[in-house]
Design a binder for this molecule. Structure first.
Ligand code: ZN
Length: 410
């Protein structure tokens, strides 16, 4: 409750001190564009997007009058990041403070993370770290705070072998997260890759966790490396996070079962390396762990390269953004294209319609089409020709509300 109070006072503060975005009205808004990526792999040329309230109502080249002239830019659906940790922050001393902190500093920092992530073009994120995401999610969804739309997992199931409980105890834990307001279940089925990445839940435990998630109508996303990838796939879990050291056979099995893969091509480890002095010596971050990171980075590049070649494997976009990476999520696109060999359009779709499908919101977000939420961003540049254009997000609309509009006139 304490954290909720802080979030609300922050919301009031922001409301009083900055230009508050106008609430979505049913007024008609028209955006003109020369290039629109529709989020499903197509490019629309010289058209206009018509918005009423929070939704897109038409794509009509003859619509007018124009409210936002985004010609010369690349317009597309707001991005979806399937894996962030919004409450993961640096503390007052500048060092890694982990996630879920409830001090005023930690709460302001988490709210700031949600804001900078939205400004970077990510209109929806799946923040799968801590119950502290829940009041942040609710404040943003009520329009009290500017930030990405959040789906979250409440408390994760942390694999600790037998200590994680019997299948019945695990099922009860999953039901408890549903009651706590989780949108998705997060499961750790492997140790940190810095500690070898071995399996930490048995097949039986995983089966119980993902089956119970399905029974209560939730998806299950599983932190997994090596053998845990196959085990989580066989358990019918929805999505694998990381997936490092999965074999081609594991990836083919995922493709055949429709299991989503959310690999990280670079940002999360690059961020640790850049911020080494802020992480080193804090819980879980040792010199040996840092020494392992370079090797893990090349394994991750190799995974993305291999996974991209597996027919039918659904690869979604997720950064695993921790302290230092929030607002820089789009760097992961550059890593995927440059180091993972992913084609730029595939990279864009992985954070649009495919990501929306993975979070079961494809009827709401991830595409530019009539009936969809008006989550629309614009880049100064063409990411299909130069992927670094993803760094230049100059327009952000979420649910019909414009949060950023700094495009120079064309
Ligand atoms: Zn994570």
């Amino acid at each position: 409750m304490r954290s909720l109070t802080f979030i609300i006072s922050l919301a009031i503060l922001i409301g009083l001190t900055t230009a508050h975005p106008a609430p979505a009205q049913s007024k008609r808004v028209v955006i003109s564009a020369t290039a629109v990526l529709d989020g499903r792999g197509h490019v629309l040329r010289n058209t206009r997007i018509v918005i009423e309230g929070s939704r897109i109502v038409a794509i009509d080249a003859k619509a007018g009058p124009v409210d936002y002239d985004l010609r010369g830019l690349t317009v597309m659906p707001g991005w979806i990041d399937a894996h962030v940790h919004l409450t993961w922050v640096f503390g007052k001393d500048g060092k890694n403070a982990g996630q879920g902190g409830t001090t005023p500093d930690a709460i302001y920092a988490a709210a700031s993370n949600a804001y900078v992530t939205l400004m970077a073009g990510f209109t929806t994120v799946q923040s799968i770290g801590s119950p502290a995401d829940i009041p942040l999610r609710d404040a943003i969804n009520k329009g009290l705070l500017p930030g990405s739309r959040i789906l979250t997992s409440a408390e994760p199931l942390v694999g600790q072998g037998e200590r994680s409980g019997t299948p019945e105890q695990i099922r009860a834990f999953i039901r408890k997260q549903k009651e706590a307001g989780a949108d998705v279940i997060k499961i750790f089925a492997a140790a940190s890759i810095r500690q070898g990445g071995n399996m930490t839940l048995s097949q039986e435990q995983l089966n119980a966790a993902c089956d119970e998630a399905r029974k209560v109508g939730l998806r299950a996303v599983v932190h997994a490396y090596k053998d845990a990838v196959r085990a989580a796939t066989n358990a019918g879990c929805t999505q694998i996070e990381h997936g490092t050291m999965a074999t081609d056979d594991d990836l083919k099995l995922m493709a055949s079962k429709g299991t989503y893969l959310d690999p990280q091509a670079g940002l999360v480890i690059e961020n640790y390396l850049v911020n080494k002095d802020r992480y080193l010596g804090t819980p879980g971050y040792t010199e040996e762990g840092f020494a392992a990171m370079q090797r893990v980075l090349s394994l991750n590049h190799e995974l993305v390269q291999r996974a991209s070649k597996i027919p039918g494997l659904k690869i979604v976009f997720g950064t695993d953004a921790v302290a230092g990476a929030h607002g820089r999520n789009a760097e992961e696109f550059i890593d995927r294209v440059r180091d993972g060999g992913v084609d730029p359009m595939t990279a864009m779709v992985s954070a649009n319609s495919l990501a929306a499908e993975a979070i079961r919101m494809s009827d709401q977000i991830g595409s530019i089409a009539p009936g969809m939420q008006a989550d629309i961003i614009a880049l100064d540049g063409d990411p299909l020709k130069d992927i670094t254009a993803v760094r230049r997000v100059v327009f952000v609309m979420k649910g019909g509300v414009v949060y950023k509009n700094v495009a120079r006139s064309h």
